[in-house]
Design a protein around this ligand. Structure first.
Ligand code: 13P
Length: 250
């Protein structure tokens, strides 16, 4: 049994509620007979609006982050309980912008991963190397560390709720995509790491998305690779014109 393709849009810090509603409604219409699995992750401020639009459709609702505690004195944070209340099904964690601009480390990300899984969310765990790490030949070491530390203490029974997104940092928002072959090499390696941690069967099943300048004209070539099971799309997810062709690639 092959793995499904899973195409996700990370809207990052874009869109007002009205703009988010317009895009979400257009995607619901355009993707209703889409063959793959879909997710959109708006900003926290747009979740309630978008939730009402994607409810009972084939598009899952994602959040871009969550707090590492359930509730309490955490000014400016959003809790898993609040996300549950909004109908969120999936949480993107460890995004490179969280790691690098907001200094989230593997220990914090791991705490969030475990909390999200405890509350029965799907987790999209993002990993990926910086350009200087790639140039220093450290891609595997960096990705392996992020996986091992990010999933520390995660039970095998919860792994079916985990998706890995490989997003080389140098490819995010730069227009520079990893070649399908370079991405595939890392995806195959990620699957090997999962096999070592959780066994072959779990590794065969886990969805590994690629992210970093995915566009309509490179999506199909990336998805054709054996270990690339979908995409986590940033810039191109902000417009139907660019997201729909990616979501409907064949
Ligand atoms: P871009 O598609 O804009 O490169 O962003 C990728 C990304 O960070 C998705 O999470």
């Amino acid at each position: 049994m092959g793995r499904p393709y899973y195409i996700a849009g990370n809207w990052k810090m874009h869109k007002t509620r009205a703009e988010a509603a317009e895009l979400a409604q257009a995607l619901v219409n355009e993707l209703k007979d889409g063959k793959h699995e879909y997710l959109i992750a708006p900003s926290f401020s747009c979740l309630e609006t978008v939730s009402a639009i994607v409810e009972n459709t084939n598009i899952r609702l994602g959040a871009q982050n969550c707090a590492c505690e359930e509730q309490g004195a955490h000014t400016g944070e959003v809790s898993v309980l609040q996300l549950k209340d909004l109908g969120v099904q999936s949480i993107i964690l460890g995004h490179s912008e969280r790691r690098h601009s907001y200094k989230e480390d593997d220990a914090l990300i791991n705490k969030k991963v475990k909390l999200a899984l405890k509350h029965r969310f799907e987790v999209i765990l993002c990993i990926g190397e910086l350009l200087e790490e790639r140039e220093a030949g450290r891609v595997e070491e960096v990705c392996e560390t992020q996986i091992v530390r990010g999933l520390e203490g995660v039970d095998a029974s919860d792994l079916s709720s985990v998706v890995i997104a490989y997003e080389p940092v140098w490819a995010i928002g730069t227009g520079k995509t990893a070649t399908p072959e370079d991405a595939e090499a890392v995806h195959a390696f990620v699957r090997k790491v999962i096999a070592r941690l959780y066994g072959e069967a779990a590794a065969e099943k886990i969805i590994i998305q690629y992210g970093g300048s995915v566009k309509p004209d490179n999506a199909a070539q990336l998805m054709a690779m054996k270990n690339i099971d979908g995409a986590l799309v940033g810039g191109a997810s902000l417009k139907t014109d660019t997201f729909v062709p990616i979501a409907k690639f064949s």
